[in-house]
Design a protein around this ligand. Structure first.
Ligand code: ZN
Length: 208
């Protein structure tokens, strides 16, 4: 009792990437993509009971030997709530960071994505899983807390559409303080640097 459930959202298990976990009646279901689909919006999202992944070691939609197809059906990735919106956001961030034709100075400033989000194949999926877990809804925005740092989970937040300015400022300051404190206190800049691998961030961190 009281044992905290390990959430699989945003994790990879074999060929599966878990986009969302949801309790429905007596079961927790995972909504997952499988590597056997092509990387488009026509990719399928399979509904699979969480315990099959956690306890029975299921690693695919059913395409691997030993895994039965899900009896709970599937839907297209592009039809998942807010997927298209978040994919477009991811696309624009990715282009700002890595597309040299964009005339954007992000890459020069060392503003990049963590390796998981930067990945062409899985990045948008992992970014989606991150945002959905933080209750992203239509009209919400994604904000970088420290503008001198790039796109990675600790430096991004979902700003609710409904937030009034005062509340937003409060959220923002709290989050910003949190990330700065954490970096200052623990000097875990090497951990942050794994995400960044850029000189800019070392300078930022040592300057404080
Ligand atoms: Zn599959």
């Amino acid at each position: 009792m009281g044992k905290k459930r390990k959430d699989l959202t945003g994790r990879r298990c074999g060929r599966l990437i878990i986009l969302k976990s949801k309790r429905e009646r007596n079961h927790i279901f995972c909504y997952c993509t499988c590597d056997c689909d092509s990387g488009t919006n026509k990719r399928l999202v399979h509904k699979i009971k969480e315990y099959q992944i956690k306890e029975m070691g299921r690693k695919s939609c059913g395409c691997l030997r030993g895994d039965k197809p899900s009896e709970y059906g599937s839907t297209y990735l592009g039809e998942m709530p807010n997927y298209i919106t978040l994919q477009k956001k991811w696309d624009s961030y990715w282009n700002k960071c890595y597309n040299s034709k964009q005339n954007c100075d992000y890459s020069k400033k060392g503003i990049i994505m963590c390796s998981e989000w930067a990945d062409k194949k899985d990045g948008a999926l992992l970014f989606y899983a991150w945002a959905i877990k933080r209750d992203f809804e239509d009209g919400d925005r994604i904000k970088r807390i420290d503008k001198s740092l790039g796109y990675f989970p600790e430096n991004c937040m979902v700003v609710k559409k409904q937030s009034n300015n005062a509340l937003m400022k409060k959220q923002f300051i709290a989050k910003g303080k949190n990330i700065t404190d954490r970096i200052d206190k623990t000097h875990r800049y090497d951990q942050i640097n794994v995400f960044h691998n850029s000189k800019v961030n070392i300078q930022y961190l040592t300057a404080r």
